[in-house]
Structure formats: C-alpha cells, structure tokens
Design a protein around this ligand. Sequence first.
Ligand code: KIV
Length: 282
Amino acid sequence: MSSHTPEPTQPRVSLHRLREQAARGEKIAMLTCYDATFAQVLDAAAVDVLLVGDSLGNVMQGQVSTLPVTLEQMAYHTACVARTQPRAWLMTDLPYGSYEASPEQALASAVTLMRAGAQMVKLEGGGPLVDTVRFLVDRGIPVCGHLGLTPQRVHALGGFRVQGRDAKAAAHLRTDAANLAAAGAAMMVLELVPSELARDVTRDHPDLLTIGIGAGAGTAGQVLVLQDMLGLTAVAGGKRPRFVRDFTQGRDGTTLPVREAVATYVADVKAGTFPDESVHGY
Ligand code: KIV
C-alpha cells in the first residue's frame, strides 16, 4: 500500500481531467469536506474531488438526517472549503427544499452555491428532476446526479437500506441514470445499490462518471463521508456503515495520522483494493 502525494506543480482538477482520468482507467477518489483545515489536508493527500455534502447536517450539526440543512449553510461551508483554493474539484450538494419546486428554483440555488465557490452541484433523484438537470446544464452549471439511496428521501424510502435490489427497482434506476445522462449530468453518485447494477450503469454510460458509496468496486470512483473513514463517527458513538473501512487503522496494527489515512484511501481506491466487493449494506 503506497501513499499518493501530489506533485506541487500538478494542475487543478477539472471535469475534463476527471474524464481523461476515467478514460485511462484511473479511479476517482472523492471525500466529503466541510471546512478549510480538512480541505488542505485532503488536497495534500491528492483527493480528486471534495464534496461539501449535506451530510454536514449529521456530521457538523448533530442532526438525525440531512433534511434540516439550509442553502445558506451549504454556501457557508462551500466558501470555507473554496477559500483554500484546493487543487481538487469542488462539488456541493443542493440541500433539501432548495431545488425540487422548479428548474428556476434550482438555478437560483445553484447560483448561490457556485458564487460561494462550488464548481458543480449535486442533486438527488431522477424522474421529474431530469428537466431540472437539463435546465442547469444548459445554463453552464455542471451537475452530478445521485441515485439509489437518496438520504433526502429517507422517510419515503423507509430508512437507510440497499436500493435497486429487485428487477423493477433496478430497471427504474437504469432508466433514471440514462435520462439524467442524456440531460447532461456529468457525474452520478450511486449510493447503496447492488454492485452489479452500479457496474452496469457505469458500463452503459461511459461518459457519465459514476461514483459509488456502498455500491461495489465497479464504478468510475468512490466517495465516503470523511468522518466515517477516519473512524470518528464510531468514536462519537455513531454507527459506521459496514461498507466503510476505518483508514486510520494501519495493516500492521498501527494508527495512521489523518493525512496518511486519507492518502491510503486515495491509493486503495486507485489500486482497486477499496471497496471490498463482498461488503454491502449498512
Ligand atoms: O452528503 C453526502 O455526504 C453525500 C455522500 C454520501 C455521497 O451525498
């Protein structure tokens, strides 16, 4: 296991570079990030994409879901990360209630986040949101979709459980992915879906950069919540999802410093040794 440290001269990550990276078979390593200190640590460890996720509701605010998170809070945390001028690509979640009403509402919210420093926005769901994605993309805003377990719909989905297990649900997800890709989504988080399904979506849409979380090893990249993969969620009394590894635990039983733990995550994603294909579900 080697660490993956960027050359000081390496250019900033762009969508174009991420596409080139995926085309040559190099996996994309993404982590959530909500503040300036971690932005610098993650950047030094060569993380490709920083996600200012609305998981900050759980992680930073102690909420039980992402639903209470506001657009202003997302803009604040985006600005904290963006101020460090990371080399990594910077993506921010559109929070619950900031984009569902209409494409115009989504555009106004996306503009707020782009002004705060985001380079791409992520929104959850397919179906009626396909038109919204097209509306944003046509207006020059890069969009990442998010299918499978969509935490903003946790109540409708009946909890944090694997999605797309039966044939009907899998077909639905495939259709959503195809429609979102056709609408111009450049990336797609696939959360808690069977690895074969995630692999199929990745194969069927070579121009769509699929990023898995609890979705096996067949996607173009991986994302984890930073506090989960640093073992902090568990220390704080929370539940670490089964598909997450605590990267502070070295293979020889030692505890790794944060930057080394993150560098190990990057190296393991790129080497294909994380995630472990056999581990699914929460
Ligand atoms: O908000 C978040 O952290 C996310 C990831 C789980 C993908 O959306």
